[in-house]
Design a protein around this ligand. Structure first.
Ligand SMILES: [Zn+2]
Length: 123
């Protein structure tokens, strides 16, 4: 299958839908918390090399910290007690990285695709 031109809007939209950033024809997720090695439609390689996804992990950590900070500032204006506030922040710190896991990988793949283009498997 022919790969589409790399446009920021299109690639980011595919990343949000957890689709291949190159063709948009297949999901990047094999099963929960496990990505496919390559696209089943266009053969774009998702798992390029050891350590490639350290950036995805970092993106997940940074997004979690920003989200917790946003929640914290919102809760500053509430009448909740300190104990309840910290319980909410703790629960957010546990849940958010799990819920954002696939999207952090997908966004990392999309960014790499936009910058240099993901490689295709040789046939
Ligand atoms: Zn593809």
């Amino acid at each position: 299958m022919k790969r589409d031109p790399r446009t920021i809007r299109l690639v980011l939209w595919r990343a949000l839908k957890l689709q291949c950033p190159a063709c948009g024809g297949a999901s990047i997720v094999q099963r929960p918390f496990n990505l496919k090695h390559r696209c089943t439609v266009c053969d774009t390689i998702f798992k390029r090399e050891e350590g490639f996804f350290v950036g995805a992990i970092m993106a997940n950590v940074v997004a979690t910290e920003v989200f917790i900070l946003a929640i914290y500032f919102l809760l500053l204006f509430s009448t909740l007690s300190e104990g309840v506030t910290f319980t909410i922040l703790f629960a957010t710190a546990i849940a958010f990285p799990l819920l954002f896991y696939h999207h952090s990988w997908s966004l990392w793949l999309a960014m790499d695709h936009l910058i240099e283009g993901l490689p295709q498997a040789k046939k």
